[in-house]
Design a protein around this ligand. Structure first.
Ligand code: GSH
Length: 207
């Protein structure tokens, strides 16, 4: 199978980490969602990443749909999201907070760094940042035990933390949320995260 998209996308990265954690081999197509827009749209009509091209040519789009397929392939005992009940709902909430933070912090960063300055809308940027900050605080208030088996909530939260620290570092300074710092350090040291650490960020970055 082929994973399409660069690791500077936290959505691509969470899929890449999950593929590795679950033991799937994949090729990596690193074409750029911005520089190779037309080619990208031939893979996914939305022109977004990630996509996962299966061996029979079927193309899965959207990280949530790809991760759902991976969990189905390995079965409930190894799935990265619990199959049902209160634990599934709890993990899905954490994942929604982390992906929501990515969306909102990303939207604000695009406004600040890509949109021409006369067209920027400061109130909108601040609203997005408030939403991202709220999601991060809610995640920081959750327990992240050291000995918990790696799951999708941890993977997505760690990809979010790395992304926010590049796109809008003041929203998640080191030392402000010690639980999240510890989670990030613990996971980023693992080989699956090391192998997918983004070498550089195409757009946007705050530093
Ligand atoms: N809900 C989607 C979001 C994917 C997404 O936002 N990808 C970004 C990169 S991080 C992208 O392709 N942006 C280009 C664009 O939307 O034009 C998912 O989970 O896969």
């Amino acid at each position: 199978m082929i994973l399409v998209g660069q690791y500077d996308s936290p959505y691509v990265r969470r899929v890449a980490v999950s593929l590795r954690v679950l033991g799937f081999a994949y090729e990596h197509d690193t074409r750029s969602v911005f520089a190779d827009f037309d080619a990208m749209r031939r893979v996914n009509p939305l022109g977004r990443i990630p996509s996962l091209v299966l061996d029979d040519g079927e193309v899965l789009i959207d990280s949530a749909a790809i991760l759902d397929w991976l969990d189905q392939q390995v079965g409930p005992a190894r799935a990265l999201v619990p199959p049902g009940g209160v634990e599934r709902r709890r993990k899905l909430r954490l994942i929604a907070l982390a992906t929501g933070a990515i969306d909102k912090v990303g939207a604000a960063a695009y406004e600040r760094m890509i949109r021409p300055s006369p067209l920027r809308w400061p109130e909108w940027i601040e609203r997005c940042r408030t939403q991202g900050r709220g999601a991060i605080a809610a995640l920081a208030a959750e327990p992240w035990p050291d000995d918990a088996p790696l799951d999708q909530a941890q993977i997505t939260a760690v990809c979010m933390i790395r992304y926010v620290r590049v796109a809008d570092a003041t929203l998640l300074p080191s030392g402000e949320h010690r639980q999240l710092d510890a989670l990030s350090q613990r996971c980023e040291a693992r080989p699956e995260f090391q192998a997918t650490f983004p070498a550089e960020y195409a757009v946007p970055r705050s530093t």
